[in-house]
Ligand binder design. Structure first.
Ligand code: HSE
Length: 439
């Protein structure tokens, strides 16, 4: 029986998961692929760590070049992460004619163009299903299953750590810090958790998805990013009272000649499917012009969900090799190279959406009319107002929901209101997404 030989570089959390699936599900994979997928070498700087795997002698090595330069290895799996060594490793593997699998969304979001071009020139595949959404087959869905659709929008939860943290704050009343520590203990967070909580990991993923869905080049800097570290239990509680749940959403909309691509904490109606997505689960609603709304749901982080997606890529490449199929049969970025365009991303100031505002205002006659006067001057129409509690000579939270307004106007109005004597701390703004799939 023919063998496909795999070299794995980086045996941390996800790398260990990949090795375990290849070894523990060896016969299952053989039955499905019709060949051996042989884990020939695993390179890691830590040879002593207990991974719960008994590798055959000589499999676990320290030097990754023994994989990249080994002419017998067909597929190199990059699991080291980061932008430096991983970039060099992938380029070297491509140069040596190897197909590559990676889960490295940061690297693809920043250096994807260079890496895909190098792979294209060499005629090898660079597969990256695990870079977005863990076990959810989102890349395959966009590139293959929905190939007959014009993608109109993608709205979802793409960071397990943030979703876990927001869920714990909402359900258990935990502090942000306590919830983050728990997420880290479960192996969900990135090595640098600010990538998760400040929204950058989600932005990397949305950059990849927008490029695939709309056939565009995405400059990461054009994506508006706001994380969850400023979200307080107070706002989560108000959201609940208004019938909303707070989620870190990745929002991408295709207007034909321009797109929206933004990441920020968002209030979603409680009857929305996304509001029921809890813990480290990810979910993505994709709207296609032929299928309408569809949704993917599954664990977006952690050892096995991510490793499962990596293994699906290994199997795809193995099947190509076994069938003699031409590499690049499916364009890596979903579109033929000459059809990939530059599309402007709408600046955040120009988006229109609904808003939640919280002002810390003096509880005095006339204060509400002063606030609403400024909002009115900027063309912001109020949908509802709540004042909670009563304090003589003190500040109380005044909460408002607006109709659709332009962000630029909202920011100007809030800055004017924030400067008023009757308003204490900086006003809080959370965007509301009403246009999402209902239950
Ligand atoms: N840190 C990421 C998350 C891991 O929490 O979703 C998967 O990309």
């Amino acid at each position: 029986m023919k063998s496909i030989r795999v070299g794995l570089v980086g045996c941390g959390t996800v790398g260990t998961g990949v090795a375990r699936i290849l070894l523990e599900n060896e016969s299952l994979l053989k039955a499905r692929v019709g060949a051996d997928i042989q884990l020939r070498r695993v390179a890691d700087i830590d040879l002593k760590k207990n991974r719960g795997i008994r590798f055959d002698k000589g499999v676990l090595i320290e030097d990754a070049s023994e994989i990249v330069d080994d002419p017998d290895i067909d597929i190199v799996v990059e699991m080291i992460g980061g932008l430096g060594a991983a970039y060099d490793l992938i380029l070297a593997a491509i140069k040596n004619g190897k197909h590559v699998v990676t889960a490295n969304k940061a690297l693809l979001a920043v250096h994807g163009n260079a890496l895909f071009s190098a792979a294209f020139k060499k005629g090898v595949d660079l597969a990256f299903e695990a870079s977005v959404g863990g076990c959810m087959p989102v890349i395959k869905t966009l590139r293959e299953s929905l190939v007959g659709n014009r993608i109109e929008s993608m709205i979802g939860i793409l960071n397990g750590t943030c979703n876990y943290i927001l869920t714990q704050i909402t359900r258990e009343g935990m502090t942000f810090k306590e919830a983050l520590a728990q997420a880290q203990a479960q192996g969900l967070a990135e090595a640098d958790p600010t990538l998760d909580v400040e929204g950058h990991d989600t932005a990397h993923k949305l950059a990849i998805l927008s490029a695939l869905a709309y056939g565009m080049t995405v400059n990461l800097k054009d994506i508006y990013v706001e994380g969850i570290s400023g979200i307080t239990p107070l706002d989560i509680d108000f959201a609940r009272q208004f019938g909303y749940t707070v989620k870190l959403l990745a929002i991408s909309k295709n207007f034909g000649n321009r797109v929206e691509a933004r990441i920020h904490p968002t209030m979603v109606p409680e009857n929305n499917l996304l509001s029921g997505v809890n813990g480290s689960v990810n979910a993505l609603t994709i709207t296609g012009d032929r299928v309408g709304d569809m949704m993917l749901y599954g664990y977006g982080a952690g050892m096995m969900p991510t490793a499962s997606a990596v293994v699906s890529d290994i199997v795809d490449l193995a099947r190509n090799l076994l069938s003699g199929s031409r590499p690049l049969r499916i364009p890596m970025m979903s579109y033929q190279k000459n059809h990939i365009r530059k599309l402007p991303v709408v600046p955040i100031g120009d988006i229109y959406t609904h808003y939640y505002f919280r002002f810390s205002a003096l509880d005095q006659p006339g204060v509400l009319s002063k606030i609403s006067g400024v909002l009115g001057k900027y063309g912001i129409s109020i949908q509802s107002v709540h004042q909670k509690g009563r304090k003589t000579n003190g500040s109380v939270p005044v909460v408002m929901l607006s109709h659709k307004a332009r962000e630029k106007d909202v920011v100007s109005a809030l800055s004017k209101i924030g400067a008023m004597d009757v308003v204490g701390a900086k006003p809080i703004l959370i965007r509301i997404e009403e246009e999402v799939q209902q239950q």
